[in-house]
Ligand binder design. Structure first.
Ligand SMILES: Nc1ncnc2c1ncn2[C@@H]1O[C@H](COP(=O)(O)OP(=O)(O)OP(=O)(O)O)[C@@H](O)[C@H]1O
Ligand SMILES: [Mg+2]
Length: 339
């Protein structure tokens, strides 16, 4: 029987795990609910339901911040729970693990991704590392092994990772601390100021998905509930897309500026390849309406959004595991890494 293999993309907002035995991708909120400071109360999507609603005895937290593991112990619990969920009869059997690791972080931060598995109760027969931007490119169907330069921009929840690759390797990769969470925060601030309404992060995300746009559009409204700042009572309000556009646009433009900055730093031969190959947008936040049009207007480059952009990295891991053409992309991590 073939070995079971797990492939992991541990994001700030969502964790994605591919399981070869089930040929399935788990995609859940990367969040944990702990009761009385020690008992696991809920994990993943179930814990997210409790987010911003739980009593003070239940702590609901995201263990990854800005793409790096900020709370190692809880992240380890989450990974173990999700692997259990994907394992036959809930029993974790020895398996191979492929982990996507961000590029633009310190060696210590990179090592934490491996230690999550290596120093846990999970029995790993083999742990392999894949550079996250390369997995992302493979998952987007980009020819990373070719000699032509390609650019992939992953806009996630807390980070935007902009990478230029060729011949299966990374030429330049920069992560900026910007993503969908910042947009949600902006919406919370604007709704409070313009409508005297206090809303939570989930409502802000709902408004962003319904009304957020990178280009001006005809005014639309959505109705949301929140707490009125003056009366303190729950209240419904119609939120305008113009208010949303005004509060997001500077942040959205900062993504475009970062892309331009990386293009300026790209060696000229590769930069001219990108004129042919275009910019590939991935990550959940690339779903912002008209973002591809804005980037295209500002750079004159062709911009393509990958299918199911939030799962592009994990899809790439699956391909790297399965397709012999890509096996060399995964590597065994160095045992001793000093920072
Ligand atoms: N249709 C959409 N429009 C705008 N934003 C969206 C849409 N769908 C999802 N998002 C946003 O995408 C983000 C999640 O994307 P993703 O799963 O790629 O992030 P992550 O991998 O967890 O984060 P990171 O890569 O920063 O660690 C959230 O901020 C979510 O609000
Ligand atoms: Mg991500």
């Amino acid at each position: 029987m073939a070995r079971n293999i797990f492939g992991l993309d541990i994001g700030t907002s969502n964790i994605k795990i591919y399981c070869s035995e089930r040929d399935e991708i788990l995609n859940e909120k990367n969040i944990i609910a702990i009761a009385n400071k020690k008992d696991i109360f809920a994990v993943g999507d179930e814990a997210f339901e409790m987010h911003e609603k739980a009593p003070s005895s239940i702590q609901v937290t995201f263990p990854v911040k800005y793409g790096v593991i900020a709370d190692f112990a809880n992240m380890q619990v989450l990974v173990t729970e999700f692997i259990k969920k994907l394992s036959k009869g809930g029993k974790i059997a020895p398996a191979d693990y492929y982990i996507a690791v961000p590029t633009d972080i310190t060696e210590v931060e990179k090592r934490a991704f491996l230690e999550l598995i290596r120093d846990s109760k999970i029995k790993a027969r083999k742990i392999m590392v894949i550079n996250k931007p390369v997995a992302d490119a493979v998952g987007s169907g980009v020819d990373v092994n070719g000699a032509k330069g390609v650019m992939v921009v992953n806009i996630g929840a807390d980070t935007t990772e902009i990478s230029v690759m060729s011949l299966g390797g990374i030429v330049i990769s920069r992560a900026v601390k910007f993503g969908g969470n910042k947009l949600d925060e902006q919406i919370i601030g604007a709704v409070r100021k313009k409508y005297n309404l206090v809303i939570g992060a989930k409502t802000a995300e709902f408004i962003k998905i319904k009304l957020g746009s990178a280009l001006p559009m005809e005014e639309q409204f959505v109705s949301v509930y929140g707490r009125d700042l003056v009366t303190g009572l729950p209240m419904a309000r119609e939120i305008s897309s113009t208010v949303v556009y005004d509060c997001l646009i500077d942040f959205i433009h900062s993504i475009v500026d970062s892309i331009k900055m990386i293009l300026e730093r790209t060696p000229p031969e590769l930069a001219s390849d990108i004129i042919d190959t275009g910019i590939h947008l991935t990550g959940g936040s690339s779903g912002i309406r008209h973002l591809a049009d804005l980037i295209n207007n500002e750079t004159d480059l062709n911009v393509v959004i990958s299918d199911e952009p939030s799962e592009s990295v994990v899809r790439g891991i699956k391909t790297i595991i399965e397709d012999p053409e890509f096996t060399e992309i995964a590597y065994i991590p160095k045992e001793k890494i000093y920072d």
